[in-house]
Design a protein around this ligand. Structure first.
Ligand code: GDP
Ligand code: ZN
Length: 317
C-alpha cells in the first residue's frame, strides 16, 4: 500500500463504503477485503456508519476513486453502537451506527400523539448501549397552549428521570439555535417516528441538507443512488448527524427480566432501598420502587412502560 490512514465510515451504499476524515469531510470510496469481524459480534454488517477504520490505498488520497478505492484494513473498537434486530424473531442483528456522542429522540406531544411506552423503549435501548439521550419535543408551536399541562407533566417526568428535554419548532425556528449548538463537535443520532418533523428539523438546522432527498454531495459518484442505508451528514455549523429514516425503533437485545429496571435511571436509583436484590419491582415485599410510584415520585406512566416491557420480554429473544 502506498498510503495508510484513519477515517470514519459515513455511508454504506451496498457495493462500497464512503469514508471521510473528520472534521474535514473529504469523502472517498472504500471497500472491505477479506474478513473483518469484531469479536463477539453477531451483526450482519461487520462495519457501520460511525465506525473508525484504518485504510490503505495504492494511490494518493486525492486520487482515490471508485476504480481505485481505498481498502479498509481494520475497525477500531467501538465506544458504543445502536443495533436493530434483523427481524423480531431472528438472532441476527444489524448495527445502525457506532461511536455516537448523543442520540436526539425527536417526538411530539401531539400531531402525532406521543406513545410513551414506545419512547421509553427507545430510551431503555439508548441506556443499554450507553448512548446519552436528549428528548427533542418538536412542533411546540402547535400544542404549547392547547396541551400546557401535558407538556409540563412531560418535563417533570423525563427531566425527573434524568433526561434533557428540549422544546423546538422546525416551523418557527424556536429552539433550533440551541439544538444546533448541542450538535456542535458531536456525532449525533437523529431518530423519531415518521411525522414528528425529523426531516424538517434537520433542514432547519442546516438548509443545505435535505434528508428527504437522501443524497450527500458525492464527487466520486455520478448519478443517483437511493438511500436505503443509514448515513452521516455534516452540519455546516459543526458536528455530524446520523439520520435514521424509516427506523421504527431499535430492538432490545438480550435483556433479562431483572435487568430491565437497571435502564430506567429513576428506578435504578430507588431500587437501592428494595428489600430484595435483584427485585423485579412487581410482587416483592419492601419494594422501594413500588413505594416511590405510589408516592408519586416515580411516574406511573414510566412504571407502566416498565411492566409492559417485563411482559413482553422473551419475545425479543
Ligand atoms: P418526518 O416524517 O419526521 O421527517 O416529518 P416531516 O419533516 O416530513 O414533517 C411532517 C409534517 O409536520 C410536515 O407537514 C411538516 O411541515 C410538519 N412540521 C414539521 N415540523 C413542524 C413544526 O415544528 N411545526 C409545525 N406546525 N409543523 C411541523
Ligand atoms: Zn423493588
Amino acid at each position: 500500500m502506498t498510503i495508510k490512514g484513519e477515517a470514519t465510515i459515513v455511508k454504506h451504499t451496498g457495493s462500497h463504503y464512503l469514508l471521510a476524515q473528520l472534521p474535514e469531510w473529504n469523502l472517498f470510496p472504500a471497500v472491505l477485503r477479506g474478513k473483518i469481524r469484531l469479536k463477539g459480534s453477531s451483526a450482519t454488517n461487520p462495519v457501520a456508519v460511525g465506525d473508525k477504520v484504518t485504510f490503505g490505498s495504492e494511490v494518493p488520497l486525492e486520487q482515490i476513486s471508485l476504480e481505485n478505492p481505498a481498502v479498509i484494513t481494520s475497525v477500531s473498537p467501538r465506544k458504543n453502537y445502536i443495533i436493530r434486530k434483523s427481524t423480531n424473531l431472528s438472532r441476527q442483528s444489524h448495527i445502525i451506527a457506532a461511536n455516537l456522542d448523543r442520540a436526539f429522540i425527536i417526538a411530539t406531544i401531539d400531531y402525532p400523539e406521543i406513545k410513551l411506552p414506545f419512547l421509553d423503549r427507545i430510551l431503555v435501548t439508548c441506556e443499554v448501549y450507553n448512548v446519552p439521550v436528549t428528548i427533542v419535543l418538536n412542533k411546540v408551536d402547535l400544542y404549547r397552549e392547547s396541551h400546557k399541562e401535558m407538556l409540563e407533566a412531560f418535563h417533570e417526568i423525563y427531566e425527573g428521570a434524568g433526561y434533557e428535554v428540549m422544546e423546538v419548532s422546525a416551523l418557527t425556528g424556536e429552539g433550533v439555535d440551541a439544538l444546533r449548538e448541542a450538535c456542535k463537535g458531536n456525532v449525533s443520532l437523529f431518530s423519531g417516528v415518521s411525522g414528528v418533523g425529523k426531516s424538517s428539523l434537520i433542514k432547519a438546522l442546516d438548509p443545505s441538507l435535505d434528508p428527504r432527498v437522501g443524497e450527500i454531495s458525492d464527487v466520486h459518484l455520478q448519478g443517483k443512488h437511493t438511500t436505503t442505508f443509514y448515513e452521516m451528514y455534516p452540519l455546516s455549523s459543526g458536528g455530524f448527524i446520523v439520520d435514521t429514516p424509516g427506523l421504527r425503533g431499535f430492538g432490545l437485545v438480550d435483556l433479562k427480566k431483572e435487568e430491565i429496571a437497571l435502564y430506567f435511571p429513576e428506578m435504578l436509583k430507588a431500587s437501592a432501598d428494595c428489600r430484595f436484590s435483584p427485585c423485579t419491582h412487581t410482587h416483592e415485599p419492601g419494594c422501594a420502587v413500588k413505594e416511590a410510584v405510589e408516592a408519586g415520585e416515580i411516574s406511573y406512566d414510566r412504571y407502566s412502560s416498565y411492566i409492559g416491557m417485563l411482559d413482553e420480554e422473551g419475545k425479543y429473544r
